[in-house]
Design a protein around this ligand. Structure first.
Ligand SMILES: [Zn+2]
Ligand SMILES: [Zn+2]
Length: 319
C-alpha cells in the first residue's frame, strides 16, 4: 500500500502532498468530502476528478514567489469554510505539501482566528514540520492581514495590493506581447487579463471627497483616495548632502494609483492624458521615477501639481 502523506491540521482539516489523492481507498476511510488541489492541471488530477463523491476544486498556481496567491484566496477559503461548516472533512494539497497548500491553510487560520502570518504558520508547521511557504506567498499573506482580510478598502495596504495586481497584469501583458502568439489566441489571453483587473475606479462623488480636476476642461480625474503617498525626503540620501541642505523637500507632483482611464498602460512608460480633453497631464513608468523630494516611487503615475486643480467637497479651490 502506498504511503499517503496527510497531516491532520485540526479536526476536519487535512493537508497533504500529491500522494494524498492517489490513494482513494484511504481518502474514503478518512471520510474526505472535499479536496482542494493547489497546482497546475495534470493527468492525475483528471483521474481524480472522476470520483463523484468527493467535491473537487483546483487552483492553478505555480510555487513561485511572483505567483498571485491573493487573487485566489477568497474562493479557496470559501471552499474550505463551506465544507467545515457542514463538518465535512476537507483536504488541501499540492505537489509536496510544503508551500502552496500550506499557504492556503495558513491563510484560513489567519482569517478565521485573526492571526498574523507567523502565528498561523507556527500552528500549521507544528503539525507538519516540512512546511516551508515561499517568500512571495508570505508577503502576500502578510498583506492579507494588513488589509483586514478584505479586498475592498482604501487603506495604503489596499492600494499596495492593487498596485501589485496592476504590475502583475502589466508583466503578463508584456510577456504576451513578446511571445509570437497567433492573433486570436493573443486576443483571448488579453481578454482574460482584462477580466483579472481589480477595478480601481472609484465612483467619484465630488461632494464627498477632496478631488482633482483637469485645469483646462475641469474633468474630475481622481480623488484624495487615489493618491499614493510617500514620506517626503525619506530616500533623500540619493541626493548629495549639500543639495539636500539647500533644497527644501517639496513634492512638485502628485502620485496616483493606476486608473482605468489611463491609456496604453501595457507599455512600460508613457504619457497620461486627460480623459476628456486629451491634454497631457502627466506620465507613468512601471519601473518608477524619482519625486522632486528625492523619493523613488515605483510604479510611478505622476501628475505635476500645476496640471490639476485641487478642489474641496464644497467645490472650493484648495491653494
Ligand atoms: Zn516627494
Ligand atoms: Zn481636460
Amino acid at each position: 500500500m502506498q504511503s499517503i502523506d496527510i497531516s491532520v491540521i485540526q479536526k476536519h482539516l487535512f493537508l497533504g502532498s500529491e500522494k494524498s489523492i492517489q490513494n482513494i481507498q484511504k481518502l474514503k476511510e478518512l471520510e474526505i468530502k472535499r479536496v482542494l488541489s493547489v497546482e497546475k492541471y495534470h493527468e492525475k488530477l483528471e483521474e481524480f476528478k472522476n470520483h463523484q463523491d468527493i467535491l473537487h476544486m483546483i487552483i492553478e498556481i505555480n510555487d513561485m514567489e511572483t505567483e498571485n496567491l491573493l487573487s485566489h484566496i477568497e474562493s479557496a477559503l470559501n471552499f474550505i469554510e463551506n465544507g467545515l461548516k457542514k463538518n465535512e472533512n476537507v483536504l488541501v494539497h499540492c505537489q509536496a505539501g510544503t508551500s502552496r497548500s500550506p499557504a492556503i491553510v495558513v491563510g484560513y487560520f489567519m482569517k478565521t482566528y485573526n492571526l498574523e502570518f507567523k502565528d498561523a504558520n507556527e500552528i500549521v508547521a507544528s503539525v507538519r514540520p516540512s512546511v516551508q511557504i515561499n517568500q512571495g506567498f508570505i508577503s502576500q499573506l502578510e498583506l492579507f492581514y494588513k488589509m483586514g482580510f478584505n479586498f475592498n478598502g482604501n487603506s495604503i495596504w489596499h492600494k499596495e495590493y492593487r498596485m501589485k495586481n496592476y504590475l502583475n497584469l502589466h508583466k503578463e501583458k508584456e510577456s504576451i506581447n513578446t511571445n509570437q502568439l497567433e492573433n486570436d489566441e493573443k486576443q483571448k489571453s488579453q481578454e482574460i487579463n482584462e477580466k483579472s483587473i481589480e477595478k480601481t475606479e472609484i465612483q467619484i462623488d465630488p461632494k464627498e471627497y477632496v478631488h482633482f480636476r483637469c485645469k483646462l476642461c475641469r474633468q474630475i480625474l481622481f480623488t484624495e483616495d487615489n493618491l499614493v503617498e510617500h514620506e517626503t525626503g525619506y530616500n533623500a540620501k540619493n541626493f548629495n548632502e549639500k543639495k539636500k541642505s539647500e533644497t527644501k523637500m517639496f513634492c512638485s507632483s502628485y502620485f496616483i494609483e493606476p486608473m482605468d482611464w489611463i491609456k496604453n498602460t501595457s507599455q512600460i512608460n508613457g504619457k497620461i492624458s486627460c480623459l476628456k480633453c486629451g491634454t497631457k497631464i502627466g506620465s507613468f513608468n512601471w519601473s518608477g521615477s524619482q519625486c522632486s523630494c528625492g523619493v523613488w516611487v515605483s510604479p510611478s503615475f505622476r501628475i505635476p501639481k500645476t496640471k490639476v486643480d485641487r478642489i474641496d467637497p464644497k467645490n472650493q479651490l484648495i491653494k
